[in-house]
Design a protein around this ligand. Structure first.
Ligand SMILES: [Zn+2]
Length: 123
């Protein structure tokens, strides 16, 4: 028995078209093969959902934080190292921590601009 996907009527295997609505079973086979190819999003029950991945608001907030946080961290480190008297007496190495913090801040600002520009730049 073949069940017609258009009207739901059970038909004999020999039939080429549905006896009720005339739908072609040749077409139906193509349709079913096509539907198998299309992968639908899996339906995930609420209790199995991970809070971060399935919540667009949380994802947005964490995405923004992950871009802005490094700037604050490295800016703070630069400021903190600048204020703190260095224990290193050797002149060229005194500001190594400071220089690394500035480089980190510069890289994080560059990455932020690069990512935001990638999002808003016209194609
Ligand atoms: Zn039918």
């Amino acid at each position: 028995m073949i069940k017609c996907i258009r009207c739901g009527k059970e038909n004999d295997d020999k039939n080429e078209v549905c006896s009720n609505c005339g739908y072609s079973f040749k077409e139906q086979k193509v349709e079913e093969a096509y539907r198998k190819l299309l992968k639908e999003d899996p339906v995930v029950p609420d209790e199995e959902k991970s809070g971060l991945i399935d919540s667009p608001i949380l994802t947005f907030i964490f995405g923004i934080l992950s871009m802005i946080l490094p700037i604050f961290v490295f800016s703070f480190l630069a400021w903190y190292n600048y204020k703190k008297p260095s224990k290193v007496k050797l002149e060229p190495f005194r500001n190594v921590g400071n220089i690394f913090a500035y480089i980190g801040a510069a890289i994080s600002i560059f990455l932020l601009v690069y990512i935001v520009w990638g999002l808003i730049a016209p194609k």
